[in-house]
Design a protein around this ligand. Structure first.
Ligand code: URA
Length: 239
């Protein structure tokens, strides 16, 4: 939370309009960190305890849900410790502290959701909820039926981790590679890359095209948009 005037803090908490909040303050009904304040210029920030008639009040933060088409060459963090471009560098004009839901590798492009809603993030990323994620990948070579079957049934990609059933469809065959659509329900680190590697067809390029029913659609690389109410509901329902 940013530093703000006490009357604004009270208004954002849904307690009263700013004008009414001023009356509450001058009327001696508001305490900050245990002390009654009557001055309208008082500012509050993160960590301050605000009480109205002895009861704690907290501002309702506007919840934001954003879909970004992440280009390759961006890290999925708020800020990178090595100074590389970070996905948040692409989202301008948002005051709230948003962060990415899950992650895409530095080299992966495509759909990434950003929000400041912790419960939504928890639901979407919790392994138990198994929201499906759809990727388009170009992979080296052309897999045979046996390899596709192993991919779909489950592969050991880490010492203690076997993937759950997945979907693998060859969309386009090229001379030395092919384009495939992959659907998985998990989000292990570099999972799709490891799965393709495990069947002997390493990823050349990778793009996430959907999370649940939410599709990347016409969003261009580096662009973002707010999700609609309906889209937020889809994601909540699926998780
Ligand atoms: N799987 C990967 O290997 N990389 C990603 O970025 C996402 C899924």
């Amino acid at each position: 939370m940013r530093d703000m005037r006490l009357q604004k803090y009270l208004a954002l908490s849904g307690i009263a309009s700013r004008r009414k909040a001023e009356e509450l303050i001058t009327g001696g009904r508001v305490a900050v960190n245990g002390i009654i304040v009557r001055e309208l210029g008082t500012r509050v920030s993160e960590g301050d305890e605000v009480l109205l008639d002895g009861k704690q009040v907290k501002p309702e933060e506007r919840k934001l849900y954003i879909a970004l088409n992440k280009p390759a060459g961006y890290v999925t963090t708020v800020k990178d410790q090595f100074g590389r471009p970070a996905v948040l560098d692409l989202v301008h004009g948002i005051k709230e502290r948003i962060y990415p839901v899950g992650r895409l590798d530095y080299d992966t492009s495509g759909l990434l959701i950003l929000t400041n809603d912790g419960e939504f993030t928890y639901k979407l990323t919790h392994p138990r909820h198994e929201v499906k994620k759809t990727y388009t990948a170009e992979i080296a070579g052309i897999p045979n039926d046996e390899e596709i079957c192993r991919f779909e049934e489950g592969l050991r990609i880490e010492e203690n981790f076997v993937t759950s059933p997945a979907v693998f469809k060859v969309k386009e065959k090229k001379e030395k590679s092919c384009v495939v659509e992959i659907v998985i329900h998990e989000g292990r680190n570099r999972q799709v890359r490891k799965m393709c590697e495990a069947i002997g067809h390493p990823v050349i390029s990778l793009k996430r095209v959907a999370i649940g029913k939410l599709r990347l659609g016409a969003l261009k690389e580096g662009e973002w948009r707010h999700l609609s109410k309906e889209e937020i509901e889809w994601l909540m329902e699926e998780s």
